[in-house]
Design a protein around this ligand. Structure first.
Ligand SMILES: C[S@@+](CC[C@H](N)C(=O)[O-])C[C@H]1O[C@@H](n2cnc3c(N)ncnc32)[C@H](O)[C@@H]1O
Length: 351
């Protein structure tokens, strides 16, 4: 496998992720964005003996790389080239449910940023592509060269949070066709000016196009909903996001699903019948340490949020009854000990 040492992706907040997932021996985990397999390798190590991982990535290059890197784990790891928007179906087809933990480490890997010919980077010349999945029909070049100036401006405003969106769209429209990443970067630079500190002037425009090409925000919303239903007893869901649009989706969804009432603020008497399905584990978002950001500047914008599935009383009692019936737990022991044992056994998803 051709790979420069400098392009190897460094997994972000690795120890915080493993701790947040509460990885245990014999557990079953899904890595929805396996990328170069850094987080997945750590989950495999921590869940030994008996752990299992289902790894997903939309990018076939990432899949090839992860399969090679993780080959020593044999059948304990299953790697699928798919979009996490199909999470439920992927798990159904592979009989991989319920699980102890699910990880989303969103965005791009260094493999994609540094790889030739993908168009993700504004620093290297390549066709304006930006697709995670090369079989998908729409590329960044399609968007840049075929949308109206107004549509383009909206994408750059909404997905890039770029204040110069109108002028950038207008310049792009004048300079079309734009075929390569460097051509686009130069057009944006002409509007915005050269570097703002460490941030390249085309950063926000490139982010906007990548989000639009891969339908990233909608896919995230849909996948989060599916993920919660796959979690077993006290299963954990961990999401690492890299910009405020992603983080807002995660934060809002976690807040909603961890509330017993989602009535609008003006409603005096709750009538929503909503019950919390999740519990917030880190009430304040987790961010990388100063040392990590120094060693891996790409981690600087990362935000990690974690939730745990709430086990209802009925579910707990039903599980306790089943475990006693199966002889996995002795019903005659003291009630506090019984509670501990039931929770421990039930969290092993394939007891
Ligand atoms: C930051 S990287 C993950 C790195 C990985 N955690 C590691 O340790 O190597 C994000 C990965 O998510 C993948 N990805 C992004 N959106 C996806 C989606 N909707 N479905 C599947 N994979 C996706 C990208 O292709 C990329 O490989």
């Amino acid at each position: 496998m051709e790979m420069l040492a400098s392009s190897l992706h460094i997994p972000v907040m690795l120890s915080e992720t493993i701790e947040s997932l509460s990885v245990k021996a014999g557990g079953r985990y899904i890595d929805c964005t396996i990328g170069s397999g850094g987080h997945a390798a750590a989950i495999m190590q921590q869940s030994a003996p008996g752990g299992q991982v289902l790894g997903i990535d939309a990018d076939p290059e990432a899949i090839k790389f992860a399969k090679k890197r993780l080959r020593d784990y044999g059948s304990s790891i299953l790697i699928c080239n798919n979009n996490f928007v199909n999470l439920e179906t992927i798990c159904l087809n592979n009989n991989f449910k319920p699980v102890n933990g699910i990880l989303f480490d969103l965005g791009l890997s260094s493999l994609q940023l540094n790889g030739n010919g993908r168009g993700f980077s504004f620093q290297t010349e390549s066709p304006l592509d930006m697709r995670f999945n090369p079989k998908q029909s729409i590329t960044a070049a399609n968007i840049v060269n075929t949308l109206t100036e107004v549509e383009l401006a909206e994408i750059i405003r909404d997905y890039g949070q770029e204040s110069n969106y109108r002028r950038i769209a207008s310049y792009i429209a004048k300079e079309r066709p734009i075929k390569t990443s460097l051509e686009l970067a130069k057009v944006v630079e002409r509007v915005v000016g050269s570097r703002r500190g460490k941030i390249h002037p085309a950063t926000k425009t490139f982010q906007a196009l990548r989000i639009a090409v891969n339908n990233e925000l909608e896919n995230l919303e849909l996948a989060l909903k599916q993920a919660v239903d796959l979690l077993g007893f006290e299963g954990r869901l961990v999401v690492i996001s890299y910009h405020s649009l992603e983080d807002r989706i995660v934060k809002r969804y976690f807040k909603r699903e961890s509330s017993d009432c989602i009535c609008p603020a003006k409603v005096m008497n709750c009538n929503c019948n909503h019950t919390a399905r999740l519990k917030l584990i880190n009430k304040r978002v987790t961010t990388p340490s100063v040392e990590e950001v120094k060693a891996n500047p790409r981690s600087r914008s990362a935000k990690l949020r974690v939730v745990e599935r709430v086990v209802t009383n009925e579910e707990w009692l039903e599980t306790a009854g089943r475990l006693c019936f199966l002889g996995k737990v002795d019903a005659g022991i003291r009630s506090d000990k019984l509670a501990q044992k039931v929770t421990k056994k039930a969290s092993l998803v394939n007891y």
